[in-house]
Design a protein around this ligand. Structure first.
Ligand code: HEM
Length: 280
């Protein structure tokens, strides 16, 4: 659209700056005549994708700050991620105002598309630590998605940036190396867990790093809460029907619930004990 469509020669306006005209033209219902609830369905998913874009922006910034050893801005970027995730969780309730019957009235039109193919959702998973090359197959010849996901597969994760930072701060937190034998990788994993026990035990002495670790586990926690709420909502909406993407629906989604971005952060809690090390 030419700039002039917002008013020839007019000064910058709210609508021109935010491209509102284009934005509100992006909701194309597939049902004919358009089903009343399909607009809600599209807007809900589109707002998710906008927030996913912001989440990736903040996670990338957080990793860059960690590389520069700037713990405070790295933590603040993740704080924003977590606040967005709280909103994304609450947003599911709006979709739950749709009745199962009303959803059925346009659901078949969506096949074989599915949230399973959300490129940015997979990018968040990959950069947060859950890389899975096998998922690229679900994007077929979607070149943009495959290119972006390949780039994420080859880039450092939040956990890698975090442990590299701890290492440079003097903690015994060796990086993972998939080329090593399994027992050596396990040994390194356990050393990272012990480094976190140290951090949690001395949370006042290492306050900035501790706050960063807390935001990382909160990001993990809110993502898991979203998965749990999503699967409940799906069951409430379509029971155990197969997904529009062809998976086993709720049965498949249940298998994703226990995935953790940085398992060391969770395991450290199990090993934390009173009287560990010197008091702060
Ligand atoms: C009526 C509402 C919804 C229903 C019934 C629903 C249903 C499903 C089902 C059955 C799957 C499994 C894959 C498949 O075979 O299709 C799935 C996956 C997924 N959905 Fe939804 N969904 C809904 C809303 C949403 C919303 C609002 C989002 C936000 C982006 C979303 C994002 C996802 C994602 C990211 C996956 C992949 C999860 C994974 O593989 O771990 N869904 N959904």
């Amino acid at each position: 659209m030419a700039q002039d469509d917002y008013g020839r020669g007019a000064p910058l306006s709210y609508n021109r700056y935010l491209r509102v005209r284009e934005l509100i033209a992006l909701q194309e219902c597939l049902s004919t005549p358009p089903h009343h609830d399909e607009l809600l369905f599209i807007i809900t998913h589109q707002t998710y994708e906008l927030w996913f874009k912001q989440i990736l922006h903040e996670i990338d910034a957080s990793i860059a700050y960690m590389d520069e050893m700037r713990v405070v801005p790295a933590t603040r970027a993740l704080e924003r991620v977590v606040e967005i995730e709280k909103l994304l969780l609450a947003q599911l309730h709006i979709l739950e105002t749709m009745t199962p019957f009303n959803f059925l009235e346009f659901r078949d039109r969506l096949k074989p598309a599915s949230g399973f193919q959300s490129m940015q959702f997979r990018e968040i998973e990959f950069v947060s630590g859950l890389k899975d090359e096998g998922l690229l197959a679900s994007f077929g010849d979607d070149e943009l998605a495959v290119t972006r996901l390949r780039a994420r597969l080859g880039a450092p994760t939040l956990g890698e940036a975090f442990f590299a930072l701890l290492k440079r701060r003097g903690f015994d937190a060796p990086e993972d190396d998939p080329t090593l034998p399994p027992e050596e990788r396990r040994g390194r994993y356990e050393r990272r867990v012990r480094a976190l026990v140290e951090l949690l035990s001395h949370h006042e002495r290492f306050a900035p790093e501790f706050h960063l670790a807390e935001k990382l586990i909160e990001h993990d926690e809110y993502f898991q809460l979203w998965r749990a709420h999503h699967v409940r909502m799906v069951e409430r909406m379509v029971g155990t029907k197969r997904g529009t993407g062809g998976s086993e629906g709720v049965r498949y989604l249940r298998t994703t619930l226990d995935q953790k971005f940085i398992p060391e952060l969770w395991e450290a809690r199990t090993h934390l004990e009173l009287g560990h090390g010197e008091p702060d």
